[in-house]
Write a protein that binds this ligand. Structure first.
Ligand code: H2U
Ligand code: ZN
Length: 364
């Protein structure tokens, strides 16, 4: 047997953040493929759409009118997934005398009440101005709005966590092309960031170090998976990526949240968001769909270590695989066995790295 070849032999990679494995089948990426067949899709939306519920001065579905805003605009989601006002939920008390059904119910049908508040954040008044088409200053305004919202929720609520995320593109279930993200603030830490906190805590207990600080320093010894960077952030395809062109944006310094960033670091965050999303659009000459989100410290901690353990990062999960329309589905083996990929993270990083940093729609 010849030596094991990571770019040709099947293997499983471990994700230390989620404590899950992923199957990598690199030999399958060599299957015949006829290549990209779609012409570049030119952005064709108007900068104002009278029918859009997010455009300035327009009326939303509930009848409320948006202000004539000229920068970012935040409003409470009219169809919030969680609300502040609802009755408390008290789980039934189960005594030794309770019948078997009541005992099984308590053991197997667990419930927590869920309170919180949800916000929609428009990136700009322009209906067609996606992040990769925005100026650095305009993206900085988005970062400033995220920071202000994080701080406001910390000040004004007792909720524990705020999940900021963007669903971009109809293929990601985004209901409106007007560039926006959402922030859902909840009284519980949701499962993904909660698992990350557990992993960070376990790693720190065993290794007396931050998992993400260590991972970043390791990745910087060999740039195979690094896509781009500046003095405050590194963007890479994680060793354990599931989605073909998934990336992780890592703060170089151990910063728990947006709160701890210097002004220069916020400028640098806007810079990597801009450069990464331009590269993404250029990859298949299309407005690249994805779900992205910020993972940072809880706004209110239940355990003292939750803030110090947290290391600000962003995940980008794009669905596209081979072209503007050929996407990956997490189905079959992935639903029933475990996640699987063909293209290696190293090959994906090379592709994103090679994509231009000038948007295809403005290239000569
Ligand atoms: P997407 O990011 O998935 O497209 O969702 C947009 C959000 O906008 C969605 O959560 C909200 C929906 O509840 N919305 C309003 O708050 N007001 C409206 O008038 C329409 C949509
Ligand atoms: Zn609009």
């Amino acid at each position: 047997m010849s030596d094991f070849d990571f770019s040709n032999n099947s293997h499983r990679r471990y994700n230390p953040l989620t404590d899950e494995w992923i199957l990598v089948s690199p030999h399958r990426a060599q299957r015949p493929w006829l290549g990209q067949q779609e012409p570049p899709s030119a952005p064709s939306l108007p900068d104002y759409d009278p029918a859009c519920y997010l455009c300035p001065s327009n009326t939303r579905a509930t009848g409320e009118r948006n202000p004539a805003y000229d920068t970012t605009f935040v409003f409470v989601n009219d169809y919030s997934a969680v609300k502040t006002d609802q009755p408390d939920y008290y789980p039934p008390t189960v005594t030794d005398a309770a019948d078997d059904t009541a005992k099984l119910r308590a053991r197997l049908l667990k419930v927590q009440g869920a309170r919180g508040s949800c916000f929609v954040l428009c990136f700009s008044p322009k209906h067609n101005l996606t992040l990769p088409l925005m100026s650095p200053a305009e993206i900085e305004a988005v970062v400033a709005t995220w920071t202000a919202l994080y701080q406001q929720l910390q000040r004004e609520t007792k909720f524990r966590f705020v999940q900021i995320f963007e669903n971009k593109g109809a293929s990601m279930g985004c209901s409106n092309p007007h560039p926006h993200c959402q922030a859902w603030c909840t009284d519980a830490i949701p499962s993904e960031p909660a698992q990350e906190l557990i992993s960070l805590r376990n790693y720190a207990a065993t290794n007396h170090a931050c998992l993400l600080c260590d991972y970043l320093s390791l990745e910087l010894t060999d740039p195979a998976r690094v896509v781009l960077s500046n003095s405050s952030f590194v963007v890479l395809v994680p060793f354990w990526a599931i989605w073909p062109f998934e990336t992780l944006v890592l703060a170089r310094e151990h910063r728990p949240s947006l709160n701890e960033f210097t002004a220069a670091e916020k400028t640098d965050l806007a810079d990597v968001i801009r450069r990464l999303t331009i590269k993404y659009d250029n990859l298949f000459s299309t407005s690249f769909p994805y779900s992205m989100g910020l993972h940072q410290a809880p706004i209110h901690s239940e355990h003292d270590d939750e803030v110090t353990l947290s290391h600000f990062h962003m995940h980008y999960y794009p669905p596209l695989l081979r072209s503007a329309t050929v996407r990956k589905f997490l189905v079959g083996y992935e639903m029933l066995g475990e996640a699987q990929r063909d293209l290696t993270p190293e090959q994906a990083a090379e592709r994103i790295r090679a994509a231009a940093e000038v948007h295809y729609s403005v290239q000569p």
